[in-house]
Design a protein around this ligand. Structure first.
Ligand code: ADP
Ligand code: MG
Length: 458
């Protein structure tokens, strides 16, 4: 059984509040309207009794505010009477915020613009080392980050963190910044996403101020760039990043970089940059294990101050395996439901509430599943998917499995190659091309592929 104790009035409780209001809004306006508009609203914080949201564009801010503002406010006030107003800002865009302030003059005095350059505004206060749960899958990354934060003499540069979404890369980078700043408030730290780096760089070019840009980025003590895969294919940004990187290395300044793949798997990255990125410590964060998920859930429910029965905890750890972000989403939703209806939740209700999340977790197809299905379908052995045998009866199904792996998963070509007995990514490219060619003239093959795809996705 699942009980709500009094939730502390903090960020988490505001977030839980927002989750519960979202459920109500969905009920009131229906799924379609909800997905079109309200889903795009991001809760930021409650400040001076005003609820602050972000939305992607100015138009949306206006629209959401005029169509749903009153409703959101009244729902919120039902639970927290002190709330006075709501405000919607354009996400991360200073200039538009200014324009927007013209429209919402009343907020001018009370709400500061979210300053994106500000150290603290860039960092999530919840992302600290203390709140990071360590397990086998992330212990290397965790201790490397602690080392960067705590010691003056770091034996590796850069620290390159990689792993799938929602596994804690951003959390760890913010934790480094908080810790370092605590130990030495004068230490100059710059943390930003690669996307922001690009945006700032392009802006500098536009206003012909690249000298200042270079000075700013090349003078810090610690530079952290998140999600560097974003600048792949953006040539001038990649070039600038490369030079920034070299300038900082020359001065012996520390860098921490994150990406969704290892340097060698980042397709399309310039070769010289790839080798630099891989020249320090490369630490990967693996998908979570069952044990880690259990510990994370336990840590979070303690923080949210909610009671959750053991069977629900175990159920969540078993079922929501994709990443920690989804696990958090599931927990806030359960908590929200309890605040909303003020009743306990049993396993059955929990399953019902989390249906969509559970389905998403189930739906993700793996390369192993593909290999197994294809092997069964063509009556070859699973081991032949990895073997070196080249006879056509075996090579063809293998190629088809590679083709499906590319289509049905988000794995990169080198990763797919590795899953097929350590083959090179060019072999995978060849296989995909071959299958595409064959399908054109072979209707029974294209039927096979369709059947396989459908059964893998169902
Ligand atoms: P990434 O940057 O790798 O996509 P994030 O760092 O944004 O992932 O993590 C997603 C969410 O999951 C965050 O709210 C973060 O606090 C949480 N999280 C991830 N890993 C852990 C962990 N090991 N312990 C506690 N919280 C975690
Ligand atoms: Mg991230």
């Amino acid at each position: 059984m699942f009980n709500m104790k009094n939730i502390k009035n903090n960020i988490e409780s505001d977030e839980i509040m927002w989750s519960s209001i979202k459920l109500q809004l969905k009920d009131i306006y229906g799924d379609a309207e909800y997905s079109n508009w309200l889903k795009l609203l991001t809760f930021n914080k409650v400040e001076k009794e005003i609820i602050i949201f972000y939305a992607p564009t100015k138009f949306m801010c206006d629209w959401i505010l005029s169509h749903y503002g009153k409703k959101i406010l009244s729902l919120w006030r039902e639970k927290s009477i002190s709330i006075k107003d709501i405000s919607v800002f354009v996400y991360n865009d200073k200039k538009t915020n200014k324009e927007q302030d013209e429209n919402y003059k009343s907020f001018n005095k009370t709400i500061p613009n979210p300053k994106t350059d500000d150290f603290e505004n860039n960092l999530d206060p919840r992302f600290t080392f203390k709140d990071f749960v360590v397990g086998k899958s992330n212990e290397l990354a965790f201790s490397a980050c602690e080392r960067v934060a705590n010691s003056k003499d770091v034996p590796f540069n850069p620290l390159f963190l990689y792993g799938g979404v929602g596994l804690g890369k951003t959390h760890l980078m913010h934790a480094i910044a908080w810790q370092k700043k605590k130990l030495n408030p004068k230490f100059e730290i710059l943390y930003l996403s690669a996307e922001k780096f690009m945006y700032e760089f392009i802006k500098a070019i536009r206003v012909k101020n690249t000298v200042a840009f270079k000075d700013q980025y090349r003078s810090v003590n610690l530079l952290m760039i998140d999600d560097v895969q974003f600048i792949i294919g953006k040539e001038s940004t990649q070039e600038e990043f490369f030079h920034t990187f070299n300038a900082l290395t020359d001065k012996n300044r520390q860098m921490v970089i994150s990406a969704d793949k290892s340097p060698s798997d980042l397709e399309g990255l310039e070769e010289r940059l790839r080798s630099r990125l891989g020249s320090g410590l490369v630490a990967d964060i693996h998908p979570t294990t069952y044990e880690l998920r259990l510990s994370i859930i336990e840590a979070k429910i303690k923080k949210y101050n909610i009671d959750l029965s053991k069977d629900i905890i175990e159920f969540l750890a078993h079922k929501i395996t994709t990443n920690v972000r989804e696990l958090e989403g599931a927990l806030t939703r359960l908590a929200a439901h309890v605040t909303l209806v003020g009743r306990t939740v049993n396993l059955e209700i929990a399953e019902d509430l989390l249906q969509d999340l559970l389905r998403a977790s189930d739906r993700r197809t793996t390369i192993d599943q593909i290999q197994k299905k294809v092997a069964e379908h063509f009556n070859v052995k699973m081991s032949d998917m990895h073997s070196a045998r080249r006879s056509r009866t075996i090579a063809r199904p293998r190629q088809i499995a590679m083709f499906l792996a590319k289509n049905l998963t988000t794995r990169s070509l080198p990763e797919i190659g590795r899953k097929f007995g350590g083959r090179d990514h060019t072999t995978v490219i060849h296989a995909i091309k071959k299958v595409k060619e064959l399908v054109k003239n072979d209707s029974s093959l294209s039927e096979d592929i369709e059947i396989l795809t459908r059964s893998l996705q169902s």
